[in-house]
Write a protein that binds this ligand. Structure first.
Ligand SMILES: Nc1ncnc2c1ncn2[C@@H]1O[C@H](COP(=O)(O)OP(=O)(O)OP(=O)(O)O)[C@@H](O)[C@H]1O
Ligand SMILES: Cc1cn([C@H]2C[C@H](O)[C@@H](COP(=O)(O)O)O2)c(=O)[nH]c1=O
Length: 208
């Protein structure tokens, strides 16, 4: 069972972190080495950039600066964490990756997809996941989950307005539709165990 690079994508509160933990446990139980990681973050340098991105006022960065910071964090994460793990045969499970930049800074923030992918080509040598899961959930259900989880309030990126959330959901759907060999769309409006089973079923051919 050789390692693969798997990403979980979608809006806030759809259950990405919950599913990442469950998948990591399931794969570890099958004897795989698993590197569970996240973006922005996942390496010392990228975690430092994460603090710049997640803290402060909504207008702390303009759209171009924000896109560059996400790409710089990703470049360090890819070079220091993801590529070494893949090279030794580990499974890399990542909570968000370049598709979040394409949806948030692209669909939500107005940066062109060509510009985001050019930054990715330079910073991360264009690395793409073997499989990306888009977890879909209605905005209302996601908001209910977040209200239960985030009783202390949201961070800078989570405080975007409702129309931004709608643009990014539409953009994620477009990305998945445009590259069906890489993406699987998973209905996240079920209990967590059912969602995990649906994801594992999609990974089954790689788990033999
Ligand atoms: N299938 C599920 N059914 C009900 N609640 C869930 C489910 N999956 C996750 N939750 C709960 O919803 C909340 C949000 O889940 P989680 O933190 O995994 O989402 P996320 O997509 O990683 O969010 P973010 O993008 O903000 O990091 C948590 O309190 C979690 O326990
Ligand atoms: C990788 C990446 C992330 N974002 C946004 C999406 C979320 O609002 C935050 C990350 O928070 P999480 O609770 O850890 O999911 O950052 C983005 O706008 N662009 C990106 O490339």
């Amino acid at each position: 069972m050789s390692g693969r690079f798997i990403t979980l994508e979608g809006g806030e509160g759809v259950g990405k972190s919950t599913q990442l933990r469950a998948l990591a446990a399931a794969l570890t139980a099958r004897g795989a080495e698993v590197v569970a990681t996240r973006e922005p973050g996942g390496s010392a340098g990228a975690e430092a950039i994460r603090a710049l991105l997640m803290e402060g006022a909504d207008d702390r960065w303009d759209a171009r600066s924000e896109a560059l910071l996400f790409a710089a964090a990703r470049a360090d994460h890819v070079a220091r964490t993801i590529r070494p793990a893949l090279a030794r045969g580990a499974w890399v499970l990542c909570d968000r990756f370049v598709d979040s930049s394409r949806a948030y800074q692209g669909g939500g923030g107005g940066i062109t997809d060509a510009d985001i992918m050019a930054l990715h080509a330079f910073g991360s040598e264009g690395l793409l996941p073997d499989r990306s899961f888009l977890l879909t959930l209605s905005a209302e259900a996601a908001a209910r989950r977040l209200a239960r989880r985030d009783t202390a309030g949201t961070d800078r990126m989570g405080s975007k307005p409702g129309d931004y959330q709608m643009r990014l959901a539409a953009r994620f759907a477009e990305l998945a539709a445009a590259e069906p060999a890489r993406w699987r769309v998973i209905d996240a409006d079920a209990d967590a165990e059912t969602v995990t089973a649906a994801i594992l079923a999609e990974l089954d051919p790689w788990l033999r």
